[in-house]
Design a protein around this ligand. Sequence first.
Ligand code: OGA
Ligand code: MN
Length: 288
Amino acid sequence: MLIKERIRAAQHSTNVCADIEGFDFQNYDARDIAEIRRLWLQYGVLRFKRTRITDDDQVRFSRNFGEFVIHPKQLQEGGHPTHPEILVISNVMKDGKPSGALGNSEATWHTDTWFYERPPAGAILRAIAVPPSGGDTYFLSTYIAYDTLPETLKKAVAGRQIFFQNVYDKTGKLRLGKTEPASSDFREWSGIVHPLVRTHGETGRKALYLGGTIEGAWIVGMPLDESRSLLAQLWDHTTGSKDVFVQVWEEGDIMMWDNRCTMHRRDSFDPSSIRIMHRTTTSGERPV
Ligand code: OGA
Ligand code: MN
């Protein structure tokens, strides 16, 4: 009989991510999953280096962490031919059309699908093909962002709600199923309201929630100028953190993040190189 290795976690100095060793994606039990879950909640981001797993393995593993969510991009360019649970992130063109989401450009700081009422709890992103350089992915903790706020800002955000318009994406394209709004004031557009400071349902810790952009965001009830200036300060504070973990991908690497207490961004890369990722997404609660 094979003796299983013990699962070990080594935290990076950035506080945001831990490397996991000793987890076998083809041979695990409920206790191993409970351990991974505990570590995921503790660190926010877990990395599994150079795994050799299949799409089936990834889907099966993800199922242990909640219901699948279909990411809007899966209904657009990021659908997987055989696994509806998987979002394909790729810059490869097939017959003149993208065969995956995100292309080769930079993806600026965000938390996933913040413009939904119930943003996902987690994402599991696995590298299928990586370019020789570029396309690194950065992670930060929004627990740390909240905890390190100066007292004046902590007071300013207490009990506040944030409105995000959800008609246009960050590149100015209409989101799936949305139509041009009539009003010139984005606060009257279709959108979603979340708490600016959310309390994580499982850890009970507070995290700053800035979604994916402060353009088209408004702190509900605050004069617009004041809201803009406060949001800019919060954004700079959060994304200026020194506690950023940079993932330089190798084939087979998996990043598993808690979307309720982290943000991430991705560098652009040379469009003539190939970068392909397979991602699964699990459902989350409405932020409170
Ligand atoms: C994502 C994302 C970054 C990357 O999957 O949500 O932002 O590295 N991807 O491709
Ligand atoms: Mn993302």
